[in-house]
Design a binder for this molecule. Structure first.
Ligand SMILES: Nc1ncnc2c1ncn2[C@@H]1O[C@H](COP(=O)(O)OP(=O)(O)O)[C@@H](O)[C@H]1O
Ligand SMILES: [Mg+2]
Length: 501
């Protein structure tokens, strides 16, 4: 029997389709996984079952009745609970308070603390979790916080549990504990939707697997009838072909040299980037590809190792120092980390250069406007002019404004972290062209993307990350998407064996 049936579900953001025509069934008590590349629409889809997003069209049936889920409360009142990667816990409160928040056990209108701690203890014990319910959440590990989230969900009547990439922040041992918990819940009749990138995990835990690609559900298969290599094929689909430009360039001298860098997120990272070269960075979520971008921009401290630019050892302990040494960053979260959202396009574009040009803090505004007019031409920013508010630009033009900042500043290394996320296809290819222009000036580019076809299509060389280390490097012309996924998968399998032995 199906507990949830979704029919022809669609959702677009600003005219761009994120999920289209998805049919999905969840059987009572089954563990049903959803897999697919980044951006395939997995999170958007489950957010519609959780009432976080309202579907543009389509129907959702719960226990045989059609339901309208317009707020998260609509889903929770049916017994649908979702655990996202970002938890909803209050760090300064105890485990027990978090579990029963909004529903504290009362005796004569007074919170009964001993009863609350005992009830929390019992719930945790039921999940086989050994956490002191009086502890503050801030003292827990990520894995423990996740267990508390699940407990919180269990404290009310739970029929469906949805987990969106729950193991990305867990180690192997913690993941195994989570799986045991998921199996227990499933045997108690709870239906589970499980999203993950780790294919071995998926093969381990699921009964059925649905694959998403480009906002559509490609297929739903039984685990028994499926091999990992089949899953890779479904995820990738047909190879993308010639959507990206062929680049014929002679690289120049080495510009960026990273020697044996380690910190809390990275271990022994060593690589070089030459003049005119685009080096792609890829890995599963949290594998180190984003962390190296942040480290090189002075956003994460370096514990050991050395960075050289143009053969000179440089200190990068802050973004300002990174900038002074010729490193620019275009972050994925352009709204929070890159752009100054209430300022003009002009200020956002010339911001870094203004800093260099100003003398004793005095800015020559006529000069700044002149600089902006040239950048606007070079980068083709579609704007009414210097004074237009940045928020009025499309995502693609906002991103071009950010890139223009580093062209103005004359940086020798440009780092881009998922620069085309949420950008339409036309603006994407304009952004790629800007990267090529930037390279052709003799500079070096680091291009991190969570879109595998994109990073293979745009970069010359690819560095693969796994578990905070460099797994391997390859020439982008010589590997396919399936090769890369198989490589990552093999490394995952190996690390599992190491833990087991
Ligand atoms: N809030 C949002 N605003 C704009 N675009 C979004 C938003 N959420 C997701 N998208 C876009 O929808 C697509 C699907 O994203 P998502 O559901 O997060 O994929 P997945 O979870 O499979 O990685 C992506 O192209 C993403 O950029
Ligand atoms: Mg997601």
């Amino acid at each position: 029997m199906n507990i949830i049936e979704a029919r022809k579900i669609c959702k677009s953001f600003g005219g761009i389709s994120a999920v289209s025509d998805v049919d999905f069934e969840l059987r009572k008590g089954e563990i049903h996984s959803i897999i697919g590349e980044n951006g395939a629409g997995k999170s958007t889809f489950i957010k519609m079952i959780s009432g976080d997003y309202i579907a543009d069209s389509g129907t959702i049936t719960f226990e045989g009745r059609e339901v309208k889920l317009t707020r998260p409360e609509d889903a929770t009142s049916l017994g649908i609970r979702t655990i996202y990667q970002e938890f909803n816990l209050i760090p300064t409160m105890s485990v027990a308070e978090n579990i029963f928040l909004g529903d504290l056990p009362l005796k004569n209108k007074v919170v009964s603390w001993p009863e609350m701690y005992q009830k929390a203890h019992d719930l945790l014990a039921r999940l086989g979790v050994n956490i002191d319910s009086r502890k503050n959440v801030s003292e827990l590990t990520v894995a423990e916080q996740q267990m508390v989230e699940i407990c919180k969900a269990l404290s009310k009547d739970m029929k469906v549990l949805i987990l969106d990439e729950p193991t990305a922040a867990l180690n192997e041992n913690e993941s195994q504990k989570l799986f045991t918990l998921i199996r227990t819940l499933s045997s108690q009749g709870v239906s589970i939707v499980y999203i993950s990138h780790y294919l071995n995990e998926i093969m381990d835990i699921s009964e059925r697997i649905s694959v998403f690609r480009d906002g559509k559900k490609v297929t739903t298969v039984n685990k028994e009838d499926t091999k990992v290599s089949d899953l890779v094929t479904y995820i990738v689909g047909h190879e993308m072909g010639h959507q990206y430009k062929e680049r014929q360039v002679e690289f120049g001298a080495t510009i960026l040299e990273v020697n044996s860098i380690s910190n809390n997120y990275l271990t022994d990272i060593t690589f070089q980037v030459k003049s005119k070269e685009i080096v792609g960075l890829y890995g599963l979520l949290g594998a180190g590809q984003l962390e190296i971008c942040r480290t090189l921009f002075g956003d994460l401290p370096i514990n050991s190792g050395e960075v050289k630019i143009n053969n000179k050892s440089v200190a990068i302990s802050s973004p300002i120092e990174a900038m002074k040494n010729g490193i620019g960053l275009v972050p994925s979260d352009r709204k929070n980390e890159g752009l100054m959202m209430n300022m003009s396009v002009g200020v956002n574009s010339t911001f870094s250069g203004t800093y260099l040009r100003s003398k004793h803090g005095v800015i020559d505004f006529a000069k700044e406007r002149e600089v902006f007019e040239k950048l606007k031409q070079d980068v083709q920013i579609k704007t009414t002019g210097y004074n237009q508010n940045i928020t009025d630009l499309s995502g693609g033009n906002q991103q071009k404004t950010l890139i223009s900042r580093w062209m103005d500043y004359d940086s020798s290394v440009l780092i881009l972290a998922d620069p085309t996320r949420g950008v339409d296809i036309g603006a994407k290819s304009e952004i790629y062209d800007l990267l090529y222009d930037f390279c052709n000036l003799g500079k070096a580019v680091l291009f991190m993307s969570s879109d595998l076809p994109e990073v293979l299509g745009v970069a010359d060389r690819l560095i693969l990350f796994s578990d905070g280390r460099i797994l391997t490097e390859c020439n982008c012309n010589e590997v396919s998407q399936a090769d890369v996924l198989n490589l990552l998968n093999a490394s995952e399998e190996q690390s599992e064996e190491t833990v087991a032995s």
